[in-house]
Ligand binder design. Sequence first.
Ligand code: ZN
Length: 376
Amino acid sequence: MTTTAIIYSDEWRHFDYGREHPLRMERLGLTWRLMEAYHLTALPRAKVLAPEAARLEELARFHTREYLEILRAVSAGDWVPHAARYGLGPGDNPIFPGLWEAAQLAAGGSLLAADLVAAGEVDRAFHFAGGLHHAMPGRASGFCYVNDPVLAIMRLRERGFRVAYVDIDAHHGDGVQAAFYADPNVLTISTHERGDRLFPGTGFVAEMGEGDGFGFSVNVPLQPLTDDAVYHEAFEAVVPPLVTAFKPDVLVIQLGIDSHRTDPLTHLSLTVQGFTRAVRRLLPLAPRIVALGGGGYDLTNVARAWTSAWAALNDIELREALPRECHKDMERLGLGTLTLSDPPETLPADTRRWAEEYARRQVGEIQAKIFPRHGL
Ligand SMILES: [Zn+2]
């Protein structure tokens, strides 16, 4: 019997990136309420835990002390002359009160997920406020101040586990790739919209790792408008074979849902059911799972996708009709059809072909250059 844990705190509602910022903290509470309405927050074999703030020393395993001190200072309202050098300021990574505590909490939740899985307390842990994959050692990037996936992977490595990381966010998981670029003990795979069309501008197939780590960084860039069918053909061709060959003890998965066709920041064309299919495909690939959240800027998708992911982690099938308690929330946020899955939508044939041919070329290159490194 699979045992699980979900990590959640309503502390999140005290933080705010600002009115104009696309990352809405509201999405976390909304997700929790949908999980509650589906009776997924009091399951017999699932622990529900609140994160503790990560300590500075824990964050300093990956981040520079200089950067962490700056984060702490700007968060407390101190004036820092060169905040922009650390990626901080108006725009993607705004300075807001409590930003340091928010960063500590995000990291603490993912470290807790890693610890629970490492200690064998549960087989699978989900921290959906985590997955902030763009943060760099000395710089905030792409709405991310500290890189909780990297910290969780490092924690698992310190406990002696072999770790694979699969990132299905619409954006390239650049911070995580950079952290382990030369490390053959951590396999990173990211599927995302191609870097010449979307932030952060990286994640091309040619980024394959360096030195001993060559062949252990894997990127599957995709065309705008890539739909479920095209996505899954590429995913299936690359992800299960490589992860299976790598034989991880723990699979860390970043479950950004900004790949959705209604996401306002990106241009992929997945559905909630397409996302969930990928999650379900990942779970049997390793004995233990640390699942994290990620991007997602159409809030109704975030709630539906992460609720579906949590159900999948518990091997539960949900009914399609969204529970009545959540109808008001979903309608207010513009969801047209009050179901867990999205209505079908077919792309024009030439658009699909264009996306499909591109994806097949990327897969072909990965199979030619990376598969041999893994004996495939
Ligand atoms: Zn993203």
